[in-house]
Design a protein around this ligand. Structure first.
Ligand code: KG4
Ligand code: ZN
Length: 375
């Protein structure tokens, strides 16, 4: 089963072709990612209108390149997947509309994939991780602990009540003049700093739930920076080290709480899986290993290029859904907001045989994804 996947929810224009083998294992045939970092850098963050325009300009070429590198024609695909949200709505519309056009013209099933579900299922593509596992998803837009019980079967155990972890890294980088994206820059500065020099809070530490809060920590860094201004290079390094140390302690504590909740309600997880750009951070990876070990499980972290946004994860999630008959109609809506709990589950599936086309599916009018809850 071979699926094209398109990702345009934030600032990466990406397309990939992935094969799902009959054994359930995956193989990446191509994976093309065009980052828009240069377009947004001058503004210190992603500008939605610039992102949408850049997706429009690049997507056709990126899809063509992914197909060429995979040595595939549209006619030889089994399905066409696009991230239908959550994300910046302009970009989501560009990717989903392109996928619909390809699906319609080549008479292939459409898979309107939830971007978070794609992050959640990536460990099955890279490592064949069996259900159920505990996912820690930490990116610029999301910070969640999720019990991944099956395709379409997700229980959120914890989330951030304000900023995402990647967002906090980006904001700290901005206020310290380190540029965008902030995560790698703050991590680099933190290496040379003393984390004990600034006294910063550890929000949510010790709470029985598994939620996060990052905005108070970011504000504390800002106040400390203002107190010390003008900042020396050493001050910047110490503030980065202090901020990162606080994040590491909070992540460890929140994941311990999340894994406890997991065990209570869903038994022992097969793994702790990390995903999202923040999982590229060495200090955070180190503590994740430790937390997984303490919980008697293993840590699975897909390679960095599959932790950050990419088309392969969308294609793979599409293939997993297609294998269960979870296809979508051309009426599938783009979503700015689309919680994991609202994705369609296999119980609502229609079986998909090789001779069912997108036109047949449109004719039946089933199945449909949950209505949009944007905003
Ligand atoms: O998953 P991703 O590529 O895009 C989405 O946000 O969906 O994640 C990007 C985020 C940015 O906020 C970036 O600053 C953060 O991940 N990030 C990091 C590191 N590398 C990327 N945060 C901390 N340490 C890093 N090494
Ligand atoms: Zn993402």
């Amino acid at each position: 089963m071979v699926v094209l996947g398109i990702e345009t929810t934030c600032d990466e224009t990406a397309a990939a072709v992935v094969e799902r083998l009959p054994t359930g294992r995956g193989r990446i045939l191509s994976n093309v990612v065009l980052s828009q970092i240069a377009e947004h850098a001058a503004f210190g963050g992603v500008v939605p209108e610039i992102a949408a325009r850049a997706h429009v300009e690049a997507l056709d070429l990126i899809v063509a390149q992914a197909m060429k590198e995979a040595g595939r024609s549209f006619a030889s695909l089994d399905g066409v997947a696009a991230a239908a949200g959550p994300g910046l709505i302009g970009g989501v519309i560009v990717g989903l509309t392109t996928a619909k056009a390809i699906a319609l013209v080549s008479e292939k099933p459409l898979l309107a994939v939830n971007h978070l579900e794609a992050h959640a299922l990536t460990a099955r593509l890279t490592d064949g991780t069996p259900f159920p596992y505990c996912l820690f998803l930490a990116s610029g837009g999301h910070t969640q602990i999720v019990a991944v019980l099956g395709v379409g079967n997700y229980v959120r155990l914890g989330t951030t009540v304000d900023d995402a972890i990647g967002e906090a890294y980006d904001k700290v980088a901005k206020l310290l003049g380190l540029g965008y994206p902030g995560g790698p820059a703050v991590e680099r500065q933190a290496l040379g700093g003393d984390p004990t020099q600034a006294s910063l809070p550890r929000p949510m530490l010790g709470r029985p739930h598994a939620d996060f809060s990052l905005s108070g920590l970011k504000t504390a860094v800002r106040l400390e920076a203002e107190r010390r201004a003008p900042l020396s290079d050493g001050d910047v390094r110490d503030l980065c080290a202090g901020f990162q140390q606080s994040v590491v302690e909070v992540v460890a504590d929140r994941l311990r709480a999340g894994l406890k909740l997991f065990r209570k309600h869903h038994g022992k997880p097969t793994a702790l899986v990390a995903a999202g750009g923040v999982a590229a951070n060495e200090a955070i990876r180190k503590v994740l290993h430790q937390v997984a070990f303490e919980a008697g499980t293993v840590l699975v972290v897909p390679p960095p290029e599959l932790c950050t946004d990419n088309g392969a994860m969308i294609a793979w999630a599409g293939a997993e859904r297609l294998a269960l008959g979870l296809t979508d109609t051309l009426a599938a809506a783009p979503h700015a907001r689309w919680p994991l709990a609202e994705v369609t589950k296999p119980a609502h599936a229609l079986p998909v045989t090789s001779d069912v086309t997108i036109l047949d599916i449109i004719a039946t009018g089933l199945p449909k994804i949950a209505p949009a809850k944007d905003g």
